[in-house]
Design a protein around this ligand. Structure first.
Ligand code: 0WK
Ligand code: 0WK
Ligand code: BGC
Ligand code: BGC
Length: 943
């Protein structure tokens, strides 16, 4: 019987290859390609979840935006201090990129020192940990005689999950590895570092960028290899980053170009996604870790845990008698007794087994050869699983990049660092092999980051420095467009003074305050058919307006828009009015009303001095118009003569009104409280109902009969009848022509050199200064001037001043509205700049958008300050403590620009708090208003 046992014992002994025993014992850790592809697919799903705004919060794999938008492009240079914190070694470094003596062209010089981090600081107060960091930094400066006075740009590699909103701002989400310092979670660790630098004192650092070690590693390797688009750490911890398409990074605005995403893949599985791959040993490692339930993927892979996994497997196998004949030592029971360095040693080609025996004996075990083989094999399986899992994760990332760039095949380099990858003899080869097996149609190169990640961190900081200095210079350039509340108060006061001066003096005043001979807003009794002609800023509109008594408030309109070619705008007056007459003829034809001899109202959107409702002498052209022999002439006569010359139809032009007046009347038809008309379009202007008694420059208020030649008959009677008091109450709409504010130099303190350039290049230099700061005709040009200046300064378009950029009028104001629309900003900017033949990169577009914003915001604020002056004047006119009033508004800038109207309204409210101003956009333009005025004018004539 004994004999039988012995035979079978030896047989089995003979039989059992120790590795087989281990393979069986650890079959759950031996992953084959289908499982790896499955894990890869799961990780791809996790990446999508992390990237999307909806599911990010719940996602285990956080996919953190890093605000690093490009890998090195060869322009980085400078000297930087760097802190490399979070890996197994804490290093302080000085990094010199491309400048300085003896640095090979394009080279980087690094000087570093590793500082120990006392264990207790890893779990102590966070501020103390950071003080140790900054004291080490100071020590390094001392030791290396680096000036303490000079302001040093500092690159901060911080290898923990941080939610970054900028390159130099990041909230610590959670600690990992063996760090657990208190009081920092949720804090902006860059600010914590700054505060610690201030506490330590005696040095001047500007923390320009904080990067994760994966990002720094990618940048380091990207310095020499432009294909490097991913970074991988397999060290104490593990993690990977890669260049993702910005349009997929929901948490960051903009969808142009790329941004590096720190996947924080260590947390893959924290939501149970890998439960079917978790072994009991993984659960034990996790349970005994200082962050149970967290970093599940990392705990199956990284250097902090591999040794422990091996120890637990060895312990378990020993306990079940499969090793060391079941004998177990205290050392083997002790956590951390087998380190990842031990694992690496056990797997060394030559000395692996010897090392294994040494390590086991150091654990007070007396292993047999088979035990050594078995334990070595355990290490192999554990580290093999680690590299396999990394391969699966990497395969997911590279597959995503391939899809993002819809490439059939992808050539890419992965920058790698970390002690496990660098010191474990077999690890790199195994990893490379499995990755290439999982991704047959990818040409993947692995670049080892030879000098740690700080070179990369310095490169990111170089980019940050360039961006920061560019931002500083751009902000400085745009600072002259940023108006303070005080400055806006001043503009309001100057506008008010201009209004008062314009009402008084007959002589030239910057703000002309032109009487419109429109005495009151509509009363709804108007009816009949009228032709409204509307010469605005950009085109000519002919409109048929039909007021039907029967249809309450119902007005029928038919209209047609005609463009005014530049040569007509700047030709002869005759040609211009002949063109208008031709358009009117075409419209009447189109309406089949050539013989109707309709009463017509003529909206003429230029400053006209009127002595009656149906005459208007053009004071001066504005908005790019320069037709000759018009200024100083009555525009109604000129139109009548042109119609006569055409001899095709007849019109009874009963009124000429400014577009502000037409707009006020149109809106007053809807809202009787509307007593102000505002145009913010090609030009800018405002009219409002002023007390006749305040319009000192005309005879109106003096009530002496013989003088009333100007006023149409009707009014004269009215005036006479009215008692003094009533006369007092008489109002007339005044066309302020506020566009002229500043023509007397009263705005010189806010006019910038760019504005002066625009004014000089305009057809009416020195005129309409306020208009040239606020209206659609000029905003685009102001932007172009600023872009030119920034490009000449090398801050934009890489300093290339193209012909396009030098072309006046190329940057139309409508582009501002498109560029500043919140929805599609960057994409929009690029395509607009593209259309303009301006090749721009992401950063360029951001600057262009900022310039547009600064210029349009100032324009809206200035109009708001002007409006505040007008409504406060009306309030004081009426001796009211509080005024409720409506402003009828029209103009493409107000109607189409995404922010203009809002900023204007807010500024008016802020500067005229005792006025409640409603802004009512006019539906059908000023045509209806002109028709209403014509109706009133005609009615009076009939009386
Ligand atoms: C070296 C890099 C450092 C990174 C470390 C990771 O310079 O930024 O954190 O590799 O590897 P570990 O030191 O954790 O093994
Ligand atoms: C529409 C009005 C017209 C006015 C124009 C101003 O009907 O009288 O001149 O708005 O806006 P713009 O065309 O200059 O943007
Ligand atoms: C951290 C990562 C880091 C990785 C490698 C992980 O524990 O969460 O931020 O990149 O370790 O150091
Ligand atoms: C003209 C005004 C007009 C305004 C808006 C200005 O250039 O001088 O009369 O109301 O543009 O169109």
């Amino acid at each position: 019987m004994l004999a039988v046992h012995l035979v079978s014992f030896f047989f089995t002994k003979l039989q059992e290859d120790p590795t087989k025993k281990v393979d069986r014992f650890l079959h759950a850790m031996r992953l084959h390609d289908d499982q790896l592809n499955d894990i890869s697919a799961r990780f791809q799903a996790e990446m999508k979840k992390g990237l999307s705004a909806e599911s990010n919060a719940a996602a285990a794999v956080k996919m953190l935006p890093t605000h690093v938008r490009s890998t090195p492009d060869g322009s980085e240079k400078g000297q930087f201090m760097a802190l490399d914190f979070g890996g197994s070694k804490f290093k302080v470094l000085q990094v010199k990129v491309r400048e300085g003596m003896g640095i090979r062209k394009g080279g980087v010089e690094m000087d570093e020192k590793t500082y120990r981090i006392p264990k207790e600081l890893l779990t102590g107060r966070g501020t103390e940990l950071f003080d140790h960091v900054t004291e080490s930094l100071k020590d390094f400066l001392h030791e290396r005689n680096i000036s303490l006075e000079k302001k040093h740009p500092l690159a901060f590699t911080f290898s923990f999950p941080c939610e970054q909103t900028a390159l130099n701002r990041g909230l610590l989400l959670s600690w990992s590895k063996n760090f657990r310092a208190r009081g920092l979670q949720g804090k902006d660790v860059v600010q914590v570092l700054r505060d610690s630098i201030d506490r330590t004192g005696g040095m001047d650092m500007e923390v320009l960028a904080m990067v994760n070690d994966t990002v720094a590693t990618m940048m380091t390797c990207g310095f020499d290899d432009q294909y490097c688009q991913a970074g991988l750490i397999i060290g104490t911890g593990t993690n990977a980053c890669y260049m993702e398409e910005l349009r997929h990074v929901d948490l960051v605005e903009g969808d142009e170009g790329r941004m590096c995403v720190n996947t924080e893949w260590g947390a893959f599985g924290d939501d149970g996604a890998l439960d079917d791959f978790i072994t009991e040993f993984d659960r034990d490692v996790d349970a005994a870790s200082n962050n149970p339930g967290k970093q599940i993927f990392e705990k199956m892979i990284s250097g902090m845990y591999l040794g422990e996994l091996v120890r637990l497997v060895v312990l378990k196998m020993a306990k079940v008698g499969k090793l060391f004949d079941g004998r177990v030592s205290d050392a083997l029971r002790t956590k951390g007794k087998i380190t990842t360095a031990h694992v690496a040693a056990m797997e060394e080609y030559k000395n692996g087994l010897k090392n294994t025996r040494t390590i086991l004996e150091e654990l007070d075990l007396s292993p047999s050869d088979d035990d050594c083989i078995a334990v070595q094999h355990i290490s192999t399986i554990v580290s093999f699983r680690s590299s396999n899992l990394v391969a699966a994760g990497l395969a997911a990332i590279l597959t995503r990049i391939k899809h993002n760039r819809n490439r059939r095949a992808l050539r890419i380099t992965v920058g790698v660092d970390g002690t496990v990858y660098k010191t474990h003899p077999q690890y790199p080869k195994r990893l490379h092999k499995v990755v290439r097996r999982l991704l047959p149609d990818c040409h993947v190169r692995f670049a080892l980051s030879d000098s740690g990640s700080s070179k990369g961190a310095a490169l990111v900081t170089a980019v940050a420095q360039r961006l920061a200095s560019r931002k500083r210079q751009v902000d400085e350039t745009l600072s002259s467009f940023k108006l303070s509340q005080e400055q806006l108060q001043l503009v309001k006061a100057r506008m008010r003074a201009g209004l008062e001066a314009g009402l008084k003096s007959k002589g030239p005043s910057a703000i002309k305050m032109l009487p419109s001979f429109v005495y009151h807003t509509p009363d709804g009794t108007e009816n009949g058919k009228y032709l409204a002609l509307d010469l605005g800023g950009t085109n000519f509109r002919a409109m048929l307006v039909n007021f039907k008594k029967s249809l309450q408030q119902n007005v029928r309109l038919y209209h047609k828009i005609y463009t005014i070619p530049l040569e007509i705008m700047q030709g002869t007056g005759e040609e211009l009015f002949d063109h208008l007459a031709q358009c009117i003829g075409d419209f009447l034809d189109y309406m089949g009303m050539k013989n109707a001899r309709l009463p017509a109202g003529f909206t003429f959107s230029f400053p006209c001095e009127q002595t009656a409702i149906d005459t208007g002498t053009l004071v001066s052209w504005t908005k790019g118009f320069k037709a000759t022999n018009c200024e100083g002439h009555d525009v109604v006569s000129m139109l009548r003569e042109a119609i006569k010359r055409r001899n095709e139809f007849e019109l009874d032009i009963a009124a000429v009104v400014n577009d502000t007046v037409g707009t006020m009347m149109s809106c007053a038809y809807e809202d009787p409280q509307c007593e102000i008309g505002l145009i913010a379009g090609t030009g800018t202007n405002v009219c409002y109902m002023e007390e006749v008694k305040n319009i000192e420059k005309t005879e109106l208020q003096k009530g002496k009969p013989e003088k009333f030649k100007g006023t149409p008959d009707g009014e004269q009677d009215e005036v006479e009848e009215l008692s003094q008091g009533a006369a007092e109450m008489l109002k007339m709409c005044v066309n302020t022509e506020w566009g002229g504010l500043g023509d007397d130099g009263s705005l010189d303190d806010i006019i910038t050199p760019y504005d002066t350039e625009v004014d000089q290049n305009s057809v009416n230099p020195g005129k309409q200064r306020f208009e040239k700061l606020t209206s659609g005709m000029y905003l685009g040009e102001i932007v172009r001037q600023v872009l030119l200046d920034l490009t000449r300064g090398g801050l934009l378009f890489r300093g290339h001043v193209t012909e396009t950029l030098k072309t006046p009028g190329i940057f139309q104001t409508k582009y501002l509205s498109q560029i500043e629309s919140d929805r599609l900003a960057l994409l929009q900017v690029r395509s607009i700049l593209q259309q303009l033949g301006l090749n721009s990169n992401c950063d360029d577009s951001i600057i262009v958008k900022e310039v547009c914003g600064a210029v349009s915001r100032r324009a809206a604020q200035l109009c708001g300050a002007g409006m505040a002056a007008v409504v406060d004047k009306i309030r004081e006119n009426r001796g009211l403590d509080h005024l409720n009033i409506t402003v009828g508004v029209d103009g493409a800038l107000y109607k189409l620009h995404p922010h203009f109207s809002g900023v204007l309204q807010k500024t008016t409210k802020a500067l005229a708090p005792r006025c409640d101003v409603t802004f009512l956009p006019s539906e059908e333009g000023s045509g209806k208003g002109a028709a209403l005025i014509t109706a009133v004018a005609r009615k009076k004539k009939e009386i």
